[in-house]
Write a new protein. Structure first.
Length: 113
């Protein structure tokens, strides 16, 4: 298990997939609605892909395919939700609601259904 940010840990399930675990501090999101991967993919496409794609790959990060989003779920969560460092200077105007969507997706194991 690894600390991700205040009240959040990462663990791997028995199937080897990453999943975010909440502590009591983050239990408030436990009753949030289920997030579909298509919703997360739309946010990433609108807010992240212009800098994190096959041609540009800022900080060596690519997010232009569903597989790459799933593979980099922890980094997306850490940078966009915990640290709020991305998008840089919030250049793409990601909203708090979109950050919360990414948070709920990550906390439920970052499913790429």
């Amino acid at each position: 298990m690894r600390l991700l940010g205040e009240g959040y840990f990462e663990s791997r399930g028995s199937n080897g997939k990453r999943r975010g675990l909440r502590t009591a501090q983050s239990a408030q999101s436990a009753h949030a609605p289920t997030v579909r991967f298509a919703e997360v993919r739309a946010v990433v496409a609108q807010r992240c892909v212009m800098c994190h794609n096959e041609q540009l790959a800022s900080k060596n990060m690519q997010l232009h395919t569903p597989a790459l989003i799933a593979k980099n779920a922890q980094q997306v969560y850490q940078q966009a939700v915990v640290l709020k460092a991305m998008p840089l200077n919030n250049a793409t105007q990601i909203t708090d609601a979109e950050r919360a969507l990414i948070q709920r997706w990550f906390e439920t194991g970052a499913p790429a259904d």
